[in-house]
Design a protein around this ligand. Structure first.
Ligand code: SDX
Length: 427
C-alpha cells in the first residue's frame, strides 16, 4: 500500500500522508488539510476518526479482541488483579514484585478522605442518584488536594493519579452508604482493594464483616473488565478536558458525567431495568418486536466498535454464573430472561444483520444486583473502575510532546450575515 493518499478537489490534488500503527487500521493524516485546501473533514460521532495516537488499549471490533498494553483481556481477568492492571495501564509494563509492592502501598495509603470531605455528602438529598454524588464529589476533590494540582509537575501528576485510583472506592462506597442511610465506614490498610470496597459498602457497625473470597474475586474481575476501552465517549471527554490543561480531578469529573449517559456507562442500569420490564421469558418475543419497531433499543446490546461478541461480556457472563451459583441465585429469573434474550437475539436477522451482540453491560447488572448493589450504583462501579483508564489516557495525552488543545471545527449551515433590525421593524 502506498504511504500517501491523494485527495482531488476541483482541479487541485493534495497528498495526505498515511501513518501506520503497530496493528489495526492505518490513518490518513489530515492535519495540514485545512491549511492547504481550506476544507474540513466531516465526521460527527467520529465513526472514522482517530483522535490521537495511543499505546494503551487496542480493540479489534470485528474479531472481538481487546488488549491492554498487548495483553488480552481474558488473560488479565483470569490471571491478574485490578491493581496490577492499574499499574500496567499507567506504566506500560506488568510490574515486578517490588514494583507492585510499592504501587500497592502507595494506593493503600491514599484510600482515606479528608475528614471535612464527609460533610460534602450530607449536602445531597438522601434520594440523590449516587452518580450525582460521584460527579460532584470527584470534582470537589481538587478543593482538598490543592498540593497536587500542578499538572506540569510529573510528581504531582503521579500523586493525583494515585489519589484518584485510591479514593474512588471510598467515595463510591460513601455514596452508596449515604443513599442507604448507613454510617460511613473507613478503609482498612490490611484489606485488598476489592475487599476494602466491599467492606466499606456493606459492613455495618453492629457486626463484624468477613470477606467472601468468591465475591472479592468477582468484584476485582469486574473492575478489570471496566478498566479501559480505547477512545470511548467518556475517555475522549477526559482527553479533551485535559487538553486545556485542566487538572485531573476536573477531567475525571467530566468523564464521570459523560459515562452516566444511557448509551454509554448508564446502559448497565438500563439493561437490568429492561430485564425487569420484560419480566418473564414468555414476554421476550413481544419485547424484541418492540425493538424491531424501533420503540426502544435492546440495552446491553450493540457497540460502536465491536461487531462481534464483546470479549468482556464473555468473561462477565462466566462471572455472573459463578456469583449467582455461589449465592444460590443460579435460577434467578432475570438471568434466565437474559440468557433466552441473548439466544433469540443472536439468531434473529434484525440483530445479526446489524451485528448487534451483548456488550459488557448485558450481564454486569445481574451480577451486581446479586452482590447486593441497587441498579443506581451500577454506573458508579463502572466509573470507579474506569478511573484508571481515564487517568492513564489523560497522562498519555498530557505527556505527548505534540499535545495541543482540542478544538474541532464544524460544517456551518446557519444564517449568513444579516444586519440587526429594531423590534418595531420586525414581523
Ligand atoms: C459502553 O465506546 C465504548 O467503548 C463504550 C464502552 C466502554 O467500555 O467504554 O464499551 C461501554 O458504552 C457499551 C455500550 C453500552 N450501551 C448500550 O448497551 C446501549 C444500547 N446500545 C446502543 O445504544 C448502541 O449500540 C451504541 C450506542 C452502543 C452504539 O451506537 P451506534 O454506534 O450509533 O450504533 P450503530 O450505528 O452501529 O447501529 C447500527 C444499527 C442501527 O440501525 P439502523 O438505523 O442502521 O437500522 O443498529 C441499531 C441502530 O439503530 N442498533 C440497535 C442497537 N444498537 C444499535 N438496535 C437495537 N438495539 C440496540 N442496542
Amino acid at each position: 500500500m502506498t504511504d500517501k493518499a491523494t485527495l482531488n478537489i476541483g482541479d487541485k490534488s493534495y497528498d495526505l500522508p498515511i501513518l501506520k500503527g503497530s496493528t489495526g487500521p492505518d490513518v490518513v493524516d489530515v492535519r495540514k488539510l485545512y491549511g492547504e485546501a481550506d476544507v474540513f473533514t466531516y465526521d460527527p460521532g467520529f465513526t472514522s476518526t482517530a483522535s490521537c495516537e495511543s499505546k494503551i488499549t487496542y480493540i479489534d471490533g470485528d474479531a472481538g479482541v481487546l488488549l491492554h498494553r498487548g495483553y488480552p483481556i481474558d488473560q488479565l481477568a483470569e490471571k491478574s488483579s485490578f491493581l496490577e492492571v492499574c499499574y500496567l495501564l499507567l506504566n506500560g509494563e506488568l510490574p515486578t514484585a517490588p514494583e507492585f509492592a510499592e504501587f500497592e502501598r502507595n494506593i493503600t495509603y491514599h484510600t482515606m478522605l479528608h475528614a471535612q470531605f464527609d460533610r460534602f455528602f450530607s449536602g445531597f438529598r438522601s434520594d440523590a442518584h449516587p452518580m450525582a454524588i460521584m460527579t460532584g464529589a470527584v470534582g470537589a476533590l481538587s478543593a482538598f488536594y490543592a498540593d497536587s494540582l500542578n499538572v506540569d509537575d510529573p510528581k504531582q501528576r503521579e500523586i493525583s493519579a494515585h489519589r484518584l485510583i485510591a479514593k474512588m472506592p471510598t467515595i463510591a462506597a460513601r455514596a452508596f452508604q449515604y443513599s442507604q442511610g448507613r454510617p460511613f465506614v473507613s478503609p482498612r490498610n490490611d484489606l485488598s482493594y476489592a475487599e476494602n470496597f466491599l467492606r466499606m459498602s456493606f459492613s455495618v457497625p453492629a457486626e463484624d464483616w468477613k470477606p467472601n473470597p468468591v465475591l472479592t474475586r468477582a468484584m476485582d474481575r469486574i473492575f478489570i473488565l471496566h478498566a479501559d476501552h480505547e477512545q470511548n465517549a467518556s475517555t475522549s471527554t477526559v482527553r479533551l478536558a485535559g487538553s486545556s490543561g485542566a487538572h485531573p480531578f476536573a477531567c475525571i469529573a467530566a468523564g464521570i458525567a459523560c459515562l452516566w449517559g444511557p448509551s454509554h456507562g448508564g446502559a448497565n442500569q438500563e439493561a437490568l431495568e429492561m430485564l425487569q420490564v420484560i419480566g418473564s421469558v414468555d414476554n421476550i418475543k413481544d419485547y424484541v418486536q418492540g425493538v424491531k419497531d424501533r420503540k426502544y433499543k435492546l440495552m446491553g446490546f450493540g457497540h460502536r466498535v465491536y461487531k462481534n461478541y464483546d470479549p468482556r461480556a464473555k468473561v462477565m457472563q462466566k462471572t455472573c454464573h459463578e456469583v449467582l451459583d455461589l449465592l444460590g441465585h443460579g435460577n434467578d429469573p432475570l438471568l434466565q430472561i437474559a440468557m433466552e434474550l441473548e439466544k433469540i437475539a443472536l439468531n434473529d436477522p434484525y440483530f445479526v444483520d446489524r451485528k448487534l451482540y451483548p456488550n459488557i453491560d448485558f450481564y454486569s447488572g445481574i451480577t451486581l444486583r446479586a452482590m447486593g448493589f441497587p441498579s443506581n450504583m451500577f454506573t458508579v462501579l463502572f466509573a470507579l473502575a474506569r478511573t484508571v483508564g481515564w487517568i492513564s489516557q489523560w497522562k498519555e495525552m498530557f505527556e505527548d510532546p505534540q499535545r495541543k488543545i482540542g478544538r474541532p471545527r464544524q460544517l456551518y449551515t446557519g444564517a449568513t450575515h444579516r444586519d440587526y433590525l429594531a423590534i418595531d421593524k420586525r414581523g
